[in-house]
Design a protein around this ligand. Structure first.
Ligand SMILES: Cc1cc2nc3c(=O)[nH]c(=O)nc-3n(C[C@H](O)[C@H](O)[C@H](O)COP(=O)(O)OP(=O)(O)OC[C@H]3O[C@@H](n4cnc5c(N)ncnc54)[C@H](O)[C@@H]3O)c2cc1C
Length: 311
């Protein structure tokens, strides 16, 4: 067990955790950042919509951020947190390999997992020619034909949004019968529907080839879809009784209803984009810093606003 008492342990070294560490490091806080190195955007290799870093290599972005944090009292551990819980006036965080750590606060920024639908071949193309976010990926494949797969999670609004980047979009509902409202939205967007189960996806020199269960097939520049997302909250399970941090988050600064626990990034109520994740990490770090000042110098700051009802 590390006997130091950190001001904050940050779980997650993506944009949220790294920016939280930057704010806290610059606030003269002693920070430990633990990261298991398997963020969900790694499949894409690069990141867009990040000012001065558009198209940046993700590993390089992380390495440069860590190097800059070297100026502050921020320690890194490449490890996986397996459990975290509160004890009196601190939190206890246990990792797979480097032991147990104590801190006055925990900033939890472990992100979410993308749950791909059970379509053969999709995992190999994820982040390469199969995407979820038009703002992150559509520019690179603009003006090519797109497929939008709505076979598992309805994606009609995604199809309508994509009309900005291509006027040749086909909606694939799989074996699902399209409800009226979904059909109406697609019709208004001018997006035709190709019914029938999807047998699998294969790489194609121009993007992706979709094989249909009825024997047909078609090539597209890219396939877009909405996904189910799983919050990566397993280590908190003994401490909080719900994996749904959205309902635990009480304000826009990442405070939660659990004392000493803060949340940032793709978890909680945040828009799931790198710049937004980074911003929420900064906000949460400011909340952590203010709450530590409140604890150390009672009465020196007004109380934070009362908890908001879950959205
Ligand atoms: C394929 C793909 C491409 C994307 N492209 C873009 C893009 O171009 N532009 C954009 O703005 N957004 C993009 N996004 C979204 C963006 O990646 C996320 O919004 C952003 O990374 C969220 O940052 P975060 O810090 O919350 O989480 P993450 O970046 O996911 O980082 C979380 C970190 O926590 C670590 N972690 C998780 N559990 C534990 C644990 N138990 N112990 C220790 N560490 C743990 C993980 O290893 C990971 O490094 C993309 C998403 C995907 C899936």
């Amino acid at each position: 067990m590390d006997t130091q008492l950190y001001d904050t342990v940050i779980v997650g070294g993506g944009p949220a955790g790294l920016n939280g560490a930057l704010y806290l490091g610059r606030s003269r806080r002693r920070v430990l950042l633990i990261d298991s190195g398997d963020a969900r955007n790694m499949a894409a290799g690069v990141m867009h919509n990040v000012l001065t870093n558009d198209g940046v290599d993700i590993a390089d972005f992380r390495a440069r951020s860590r190097a800059q944090l070297g100026a502050y009292d921020v320690t890194f551990r490449d490890d996986e947190v397996v459990s975290a819980h509160g004890e009196d006036d601190h939190v206890v965080v246990t990792t797979k390999e480097s032991g147990t750590f104590r801190a006055r606060t925990l900033l939890y920024a472990a992100g979410v997992r993308s749950v791909l639908p059970p379509v053969p071949g999709i995992a190999d193309l994820w982040g390469k020619s199969v995407f979820e976010c038009p703002y992150c990926h559509a520019w690179e494949v603009r003006e090519r034909p797109f497929a939008v797969y709505g076979g598992t999670v309805p994606s009609e609004c995604l199809a309508s949004t994509l009309t900005v980047w291509s006027d040749d979009i086909t909606y694939l509902p799989g074996r699902r019968e399209l409800p009226r409202d979904e059909r109406d939205l697609l019709a208004a967007a001018g997006v035709p529907v190709r019914a029938g189960g999807v047998a699998g996806l294969e790489p194609h020199p121009d993007g992706v080839r979709v094989a249909f269960e009825d024997g047909g097939g078609a090539q597209y520049g890219a396939l877009f879809l909405h996904l189910d997302l799983e919050p990566r909250t397993e280590p908190l399970r003994p401490w909080i009784d719900t994996p749904d941090l959205e309902s635990v988050q009480t304000d826009d600064r990442g405070r939660t209803s659990v004392p000493r626990l803060y949340v940032a990034g793709d978890l909680g109520r945040n828009m799931q984009q790198a710049a937004m994740a980074a911003a929420s990490g900064g906000l949460a770090a400011m909340a952590v810093n203010a709450d530590l000042i409140r604890e150390d110098r009672p009465g020196s700051l007004p109380a934070p606003p009362p908890p908001a009802a879950p959205r």
